[in-house]
Design a protein around this ligand. Structure first.
Ligand SMILES: [Zn+2]
Length: 95
């Protein structure tokens, strides 16, 4: 929880970052985030980082993820493989 207090509202939390900061493995980082989600402090979301320019594209549900990704910043487009291209992240919803 201490680690998370440094996050601001609407900030996106990557489980990989939590794992590195907290010294857990990725599985435990996901578990921790799921527990915090139950407290309504964060909500899960889905992110695709553009392979070309690294721009972050955030989707609130998996249904919002398009079949074909098109980067709004650089125009890169590619069909999406939900298993390898889409990351589960958490968005901070309260201060
Ligand atoms: Zn891009």
């Amino acid at each position: 929880m201490k680690t998370l207090q440094r996050f601001k509202k609407n900030e996106v939390i990557y489980p990989g970052l939590i794992a590195r900061r907290g010294g857990f493995n990725l599985q435990n980082a996901y578990k921790l985030l799921k527990d915090i989600e139950k407290l309504h402090y964060i909500e899960h979301a889905f992110v695709i980082n553009c392979p070309s320019c690294s721009e972050e594209h955030l989707y609130n549900s998996v249904g919002d993820v398009p079949d074909e990704f098109e980067c709004s910043k650089c125009g890169y487009s590619n069909p999406i493989n939900v298993f390898s291209d889409v990351l589960i992240v958490y968005k901070v919803v309260c201060e």
